[in-house]
Design a protein. Sequence first.
Length: 389
Amino acid sequence: MNLHEYQSKHLFHKYHIPVPRGVTVSTSADAAAACRTLGGTRWVIKAQIHAGGRGKAGGVVLVDSPEQAAVEAQRLLGSRLVTRQSGPAGLPIGSLLIEEPTVIAREIYLSALMDRASAAVLFIASQAGGMDIEAVAAQTPERILSIRIHPAAGLQPFQVRRLGFGLGLNSAQLQALSGLMGGLYRLFMDCDAGLVEINPLVITAAGDLIALDAKINLDDNALARQPNLEALRDHSQEDPREAQAKAHELSYISLDGNIGCMVNGAGLAMATMDLVQLHGGAPANFLDVGGGATAARVAEAFKLILSDPRVKAVLVNIFGGIVRCDLIAEGIIQAVREVGVGVPVVVRLEGTNAPQGLALLAQSGLAVITAANLSEAADKVVAAAAPAG
Ligand code: GDP
Ligand code: MN
């Protein structure tokens, strides 16, 4: 789960990580009022969405008057912002963060993340802040510094100094970095974070360090013990299909392709996606209906797949062990009765009650394409999804 910048900055403030003074608003009148509350003659307006790249996409604007703030707020609020991280449909702007402006001397990159390879928290830093850090890592890897935090020892002063020297900080800034990284590490552990990113961490004209941006990603598996953070969830920023799947206890992940996949078992679902790729196709989703699926849940799963307008064909791949194939067939038929189906459906059923399942599908009058094995099913669904000609 991701937090908004303004939520992350509230947490930063609690952990003594310096952030610009700011006010969060959701109407244009409040935007103008926020400028007056903050005082000064210039303000930064920042669209709050769960994606970076806002600066280049027009989601970070400098204004010189409360009136201008109201105009920009009017333009941004309620619209969708498309950035290089948001996906082509963009994300809805429901709130804005209005901040006092910062005079930037240098932009640094700093993050803490859970590194699975070394089973530890890593701090990553770079002098090349404000930019796309993936590009820096790919083109100039020597500009990326990292330190691994021993889980028992915690963050050590020598590690802070190593990063600070690498970033070219002076001694006063080094001291500020020490406090900042200590707070960041405590925040990371207390919140069960997966990633806390400050890009850019700014050195101001006065030489101070300040977090100009803030991004926090939380470990979904830990949310059960983080009710206060779970309460910060913004459903408008999340894939509606993934939320719907969660409500029906289905494991569903949206992908970029056009072949909808309905499979039982996570391993089989992965293998099915591999095979679709091998045959030249691209899956639209990962979906595991689970071992104990009921007809109603299968119906929900099938409706979920069909609700994705990109889906040009569906592959149902069921190996009936605990789950019965006739029950899967009933679920599919139920879903199609309710919402109709405008795309080809390729079905491979194997295992418990497979003949009964196939018979049900045949009797239903549904135009399903059956396949004798998984390879054939993948082949047929890729062909079915391809545009004619
Ligand atoms: P992102 O593009 O979504 O990562 O949004 P950021 O919060 O990182 O802002 C993008 C860029 O806007 C930053 O890298 C800065 O260059 C610029 N920016 C943001 N706030 C200020 C500010 O207060 N003053 C100035 N001069 N630039 C700012
Ligand atoms: Mn940023």
